[in-house]
Design a protein around this ligand. Structure first.
Ligand code: SF4
Length: 353
């Protein structure tokens, strides 16, 4: 019988799991800080937990991190890891070290069902949600490998986090818990393709930052590149985003806008976008598109991005051109995809598929 991985268990969940398995609440209270603040990799080191209890814990539970099959480093310092999960599936996660901070980009699903046309992950079929342990294990992995503090976490990797809300919610509890990972809510960003409903309402209770992939200034264009817009159009999305701001007390939403040559990067798109954004406190991250093998789109180029941003700024919209990180190792926004790299890695390791 496979062991239960405890990395993603909140203290409340740990207590009930322990009680169900014949351990005590005191055992859970002792084990919890070892997992999250001392980053223990085995029960053996938990010196305040009685030896007999530690032995029994080993029988039923694990603190295993996922196996890293490939670790790539970009020329700009960005690192991407291909992790193998216990059931043989793969997931990618990215570390972006900068002078004053280090950001981990976390995946929440294997594959993605949303199918944004510009996204590499979107071309990989949806397999399943990641468990809370599998999500947070990506942060444990980088804490182990990087050896310096991780300051920011963004849920912008593979998958749509709001479609895996129960597990996302446990991870957020652990990240924000001052007795666990103790992140400030201002250092955590959840990125959504624009899912509206209960998950977004519940997310507001965590008061974390919200980023929305907008990528177009009207429904016609957005529906062409993001099919989710046919379900939740821009008007519905903006209404929900305004509610999020009110309920979470956060001061603005970040809109992500990929600049796709000839699709959404004309002067008229910038003007229309500026009108749309008047109704909501926000900032815009303009992203020069990173293409990938077989991508149907081409990036707009730096000059077009500069001009687009100038138009937005002239109309009073706060816009920045986000520096693209790790595009040489396909670690940049929208480039994560495990299938090809996993097959390659397995072949190199001599594993038959
Ligand atoms: S951009 Fe995000 S939501 Fe859209 S297909 Fe890619 S992973 Fe899924």
């Amino acid at each position: 019988m496979s062991k239960i991985n405890l990395l993603g268990f909140t203290l409340e969940r740990l207590k009930s799991e322990f009680l169900r398995n014949g351990f005590t609440i005191l055992d859970a209270k002792r084990v919890f800080p070892w997992i999250h603040t001392k980053l223990a990799r085995s029960f053996d080191v938990m010196s305040d937990v009685p030896l007999r209890v530690r032995e029994n814990l080993k029988e039923k539970f694990s603190l295993d991190r996922p196996e890293c099959l490939v670790l790539q480093k970009s020329v700009d310092g960005t690192q991407k890891a291909l992790l193998k999960l216990e059931d043989g599936n793969y997931v990618e996660t990215v570390l972006i070290p900068e002078e004053t901070r280090a950001t981990v980009c976390v995946s929440s699903q294997i594959g993605c069902a949303i199918g944004c046309k510009f996204c590499h992950t979107g071309t990989q079929r949806f397999v399943r949600n990641l468990s809370s342990s599998e999500i947070i294990s990506q942060i444990f992995f980088w804490k182990d490998v990087f050896g310096k503090p991780i300051t920011n976490v963004v849920f912008m990797g593979m998958g749509e986090p709001l479609l895996n809300f129960e597990n996302l919610s446990d991870v957020l509890k652990l990240l924000l818990d001052e007795k666990a990972h103790n992140f400030s809510r201002t250092k955590i960003t959840i990125s959504t393709s624009g899912i509206v409903g209960d998950a977004l309402i519940e997310l507001a209770k965590f008061r974390v930052k919200l980023a929305i992939s907008l990528h177009a200034s009207n429904d016609e264009k957005r529906s062409c590149i993001m099919p989710i817009n046919k379900k939740y159009d821009i008007k519905t999305l903006f209404k929900a985003a305004r509610e999020y701001l009110r309920n979470s007390g956060t001061d603005r939403v970040t809109f992500e806008y990929l600049l796709l040559k000839g699709v959404n990067d004309e002067d008229s798109d910038a003007t229309e976008l500026s009108k749309l954004l008047r109704s909501i406190p926000c900032k815009v991250n303009l992203i020069v598109y990173n293409d990938w093998p077989g991508s149907p789109f081409v990036g707009s180029g730096r000059n077009r991005a500069d001009e687009f941003s100038r138009i937005l700024l002239s109309k009073g919209v706060r816009a920045i051109i986000r520096k693209s990180r790790g595009d040489d190792i396909l670690a940049a926004c929208g480039q994560l995809k495990t299938q090809a790299s996993a097959v390659r890695a397995d072949k190199e390791a001599g594993i038959k598929k």
